[in-house]
Design a protein around this ligand. Sequence first.
Ligand code: SF4
Length: 79
Amino acid sequence: MSTGERLHGVFIAVEVDSAASADAALAAKLEEVCPVDIFTAGESGVEIVKENLDECVLCNLCVDAAPDGAVRIIRLYEQ
Ligand code: SF4
């Protein structure tokens, strides 16, 4: 069983600013760039796929694809 390993890994939180998250074009772009499908373009804009968050590889493609400061990747380390 490897479930325990995840508990000691890096936890990621992704924040999308509320104006940006309502942008359908940005939603489509984020859905396209993220290699692990953390973003999806929903009816109301950017949606975060929470169950994929721990797959984030910190590639910053989403941050680069969005306007300055609109997407933030926050690293939460288990102590
Ligand atoms: S940093 Fe990379 S893997 Fe993580 S959410 Fe952004 S695009 Fe996806």
